[in-house]
Design a protein around this ligand. Structure first.
Ligand SMILES: [Zn+2]
Length: 72
């Protein structure tokens, strides 16, 4: 039982896509480039950077063309 619990602690779902990732994976990306974080927050207002994001989502928002949809 403790083994399962430990695994759950190490692997947490990405708050954006639900993909299971390592906690340390998550953290590593949150501090890299702030403008990517801002993009994520635009689409997911409830998301906080301490929630983290998986590599897949990170790359998605990083590679997103500037000006998708919201033109202010
Ligand atoms: Zn994700």
């Amino acid at each position: 039982m403790t083994e399962t619990k430990k695994r759950e602690y190490d692997r947490i779902p990405c708050p954006i896509c639900g993909h299971l990732i390592n906690r340390w994976d998550l953290k590593e990306h949150t501090f890299a480039e702030r403008w990517v974080l801002n993009r994520i927050q635009n689409e997911h207002p409830e998301w906080k950077e301490e929630n983290g994001v998986c590599t897949k989502c990170w790359e998605y928002y990083r590679d997103l063309p500037p000006r998708t949809g919201a033109l202010n």
